[in-house]
Design a protein around this ligand. Structure first.
Ligand SMILES: NC(=O)c1ccc[n+]([C@@H]2O[C@H](COP(=O)([O-])OP(=O)(O)OC[C@H]3O[C@@H](n4cnc5c(N)ncnc54)[C@H](OP(=O)(O)O)[C@@H]3O)[C@@H](O)[C@H]2O)c1
Length: 339
C-alpha cells in the first residue's frame, strides 16, 4: 500500500514522500480501513513543519493526516465480520494519509448513506470544532450574538450554518472586501472587512451595549487583540488559531497584546481552545456521540462542510500549496485508489 511519509520536519514539498509499505493487519479489536479521501488541514501542515502542539507531533517516520473516510476491508478476530464493507469516518486517529489505516474498531464511525464521500471526509475536525465552541463552550442560545474572525474559513462557514439552525446571530470579520457579500449571503447578520481602517469602530458599533459577550478567534495578532479589548464585562473569547502568523514563521504575529484594563475591570476572559485537548477529556463513547450527531445533521442537510477538491496522491504537493493559498475556494482532499 502507498503512504505519504515524513522522516524529518520541514517544508511539505521538501519532506513529504510517497512510499510503498507492506499491508498492515488489524489486531483482535482493530479494523483496517481502505481510505477513500482525507483532507489537508492547515494543522496537518503544522505537523509536517514540526510546529504543532507537542502532544500531537507523531514520532518520525510517520504519515501526517488527521481524519478521513474509507471502507473497512479487514477486521480483527474480536470484531464482527458484519462490519466488513462499512463506510466509516475515523474518530481521532492520526496518520490518515495512507491507503490503509489501522484503528480501534470503536474509532471507526459508520457514515449515513445520504452523506457524500467529500463531506464525510471532513466530518470531524472542523464541524466538531465549530459545534463544540458555539454550542458547548459558549452555550449559545436563540437570540444570542457571537463575533467570529476569519468567517470565510471552513470553520467560519460551519459556524454560520449552526447559527442559522440554532437561532443565534453573528458578527463576522473577513479580510477581503469581496467576501462581505458572500458571508452575508450565507446568513452572517453583520460582516466587517478588516481591510477597512475603521473596522474596530464598526465592530464596536455592531456589538453595541457594553461590548462583545462571546467571540471565537483564529487569527490572533492585531485582530485578536482588538476583539479582546472590546469584550464586555464577563465577556469571553476562545482563541483557536493564529492565522496572522502565515505558515507560523512570524513569531511576532503570534503575539496578541492584551489591553490589561479591559480584562481587569470587566472580568473578561480570553481562553485557548484546542479540539485535541477537548477530545482527550472525553471518552471515545462521548466523542463518538458528538460525531454521530454531526453526521446526522449532515445527513439531514443542516450542516455541510466546505466545497472540496480531490488531489490524487501523486499531486499531493498541489494540495499542500492550495491549502495555504489566499482565497482558496475548496478544501483540498487527498484521493486514494477507489475500492
Ligand atoms: N483549535 C483547534 O482545535 C482547531 C480546529 C480546527 C481548525 N482550527 C484552526 O482554524 C483555522 C481555520 O481552519 P480552516 O480549516 O477553517 O481553514 P481554511 O478553510 O483553510 O480557511 C482559512 C481562512 O482564513 C483566512 N485567513 C488566512 N490567513 C488570515 C489572516 N492572516 N487574517 C485573516 N484571515 C486569514 C482565509 O481568508 P482568505 O479567504 O482571504 O484567504 C480563509 O478564509 C486554522 O487556523 C486552523 O488551524 C483550529
Amino acid at each position: 500500500m502507498r503512504a505519504l511519509i515524513i522522516e524529518k520536519h520541514g517544508e511539505p514539498s521538501a519532506v513529504v514522500s510517497l512510499r510503498d509499505l507492506p499491508e498492515p493487519t488489524p489486531g483482535p479489536t482493530e479494523v483496517r480501513v481502505k481510505m477513500l479521501l482525507s483532507p489537508v488541514h492547515p494543522s496537518d501542515l503544522h505537523v509536517i513543519r514540526g510546529r504543532f502542539a507537542r502532544q500531537r507531533q507523531p514520532e518520525l517516520p510517520a504519515s501526517p493526516g488527521s481524519e478521513g473516510v474509507g471502507i473497512i476491508d479487514a477486521v480483527g478476530s474480536d470484531v464482527p465480520q458484519a462490519r466488513l464493507g462499512e463506510r466509516v469516518v475515523l474518530l481521532n486517529v492520526q496518520g490518515t494519509w495512507r491507503e490503509q489505516v489501522i484503528c480501534p474498531s470503536e474509532r471507526a464511525i459508520p457514515v449515513p448513506a445520504a452523506i457524500s464521500d467529500e463531506d464525510a471526509a471532513q466530518a470531524l475536525v472542523n464541524p466538531m470544532t465549530a459545534w463544540t465552541m458555539t454550542m458547548v463552550e459558549h452555550s449559545l442560545a436563540r437570540g444570542d450574538w457571537l463575533v467570529q474572525s476569519a468567517a470565510g474559513s471552513a470553520v467560519g462557514r460551519l459556524v454560520l450554518q449552526i447559527a442559522k439552525a440554532q437561532g443565534f446571530h453573528t458578527i463576522n470579520l473577513v479580510r477581503r472586501p469581496e467576501q462581505v457579500a458572500e458571508i452575508r449571503e450565507l446568513g452572517g447578520d453583520v460582516v466587517i472587512c478588516t481591510a477597512q481602517e475603521d473596522w474596530p469602530e464598526q465592530l464596536k458599533k455592531a456589538a453595541g451595549g457594553e461590548g462583545i459577550e462571546k467571540a471565537i478567534d483564529c487569527v490572533a495578532g492585531r485582530t485578536g487583540a482588538t476583539l479582546a479589548r472590546q469584550l464586555a464585562p464577563g465577556g469571553r473569547m476562545l482563541v483557536y488559531g493564529a492565522l496572522s502568523s502565515h505558515r507560523q514563521t512570524d513569531p511576532a504575529a503570534f503575539e496578541m497584546p492584551i489591553f490589561a484594563p479591559a480584562l481587569v475591570y470587566s472580568g473578561a476572559e480570553v481562553r485557548g481552545w484546542f479540539l485535541y485537548f477537548w477530545l482527550q477529556r472525553k471518552t471515545v463513547l462521548e466523542s463518538g456521540e458528538v460525531l454521530r450527531s454531526l453526521l446526522e445533521q449532515m445527513a439531514a442537510g443542516r450542516l455541510k462542510p466546505s466545497a472540496a477538491r480531490r488531489y490524487p496522491l501523486d499531486r499531493a504537493f498541489e494540495a499542500f500549496s492550495d491549502t495555504e493559498r489566499t482565497a482558496h475556494d475548496a478544501k483540498p482532499l487527498l484521493a486514494f485508489a477507489q475500492p
